[in-house]
Ligand binder design. Sequence first.
Ligand code: SF4
Length: 354
Amino acid sequence: MTSTQDAKVQTGEVVLEAVGLTKHFPVRRKLRQFFTREQNAVHAVDDVNLTLRRGQVVALVGESGSGKSTVARLLAQLYPRTDGDIRLHGESTRVKGGGAFRAYAARVQMIFQDPFASLNPVHTIRYHLTRSLKIHHNAGKTDEDLEIALRDLLTRVSLTPPERYLDKFPHELSGGQRQRVAIARALGAQPEALLADEPVSMLDVSIRLGVLNLLRDLKERLNLAILYITHDIASARYFADETLVMYAGRMVEGGDSETVTQSPAHPYTRLLIDSAPDPDRLAGDVNPLDEDRGNGEPPSLIRPPSGCRFHPRCPAAMARCETDLPVRLEIGDKPGHWAACWLYDEATVKEAAK
Ligand code: SF4
């Protein structure tokens, strides 16, 4: 992206929106005999809403099986959605042909969790980057243009000097270097949004911060919108402007990262934060996992719990939680902080105050 293009885009401009995004996977035929007709689907994602803006990072946090990676794949249009919409600059992406998909893919790029699996082991770094540049028509007209573009991509991800890396194979690089190549390949499309699905979880702890700092630097320099999928809520606080928490396919809390991580409102978010290893916790302190009334795992998404999906595990569950699906409720005086939890319903608060 040129500096002229940089100047044209406004930080905060909405790039990508998910509106009521829903994904139900059909249950495999062999298993269907065990379920009723209504239970013939895995409710992986239900009614997810989120907005990605230029120059901002949104973290989507949750434990394994919460549906967060499915949201990223839906936004990348790798899966067809069951319901809802994805809007790019306000325009619906429904019913578009292959050409429109290619244009979409150039603007919305995905970075996968495992950089080794996402790179072809029989091809060099030069091959991977050249392919990305050529597919998206960013290779220039001459061999010299291509060479400059290749070097520029590697320099952007701090793999310097570029000539040291261009003709290497993926297995000759470290995990962190491979993830940098995967990021460079995504940048070859000159995207506006990056969907980073657990981009550091497979890397050594010592190099995770370097890759997160690189993504933050790219966000600022290229004004990228970034969706950061993670199970590590502590890294969301460090890296993301906004944090959204998912449980069992539904969004349960959202707000600016500082507020969500320092003053969590939803009982699940509190459990998630309190369950993180804490060297300051003294022996004999209550282990937050003891508060978990379930088996510490998300429920089956073929038969998701009625009402609030967290109610079988929630230490604060009330009678209505088993029957009524919680709606988003504003929390306290922090604008934009919300939780889908009946504890914040006015009627419940009044009842508790009697
Ligand atoms: Fe717990 Fe009820 Fe809130 Fe769900 S709605 S998190 S069960 S208190």
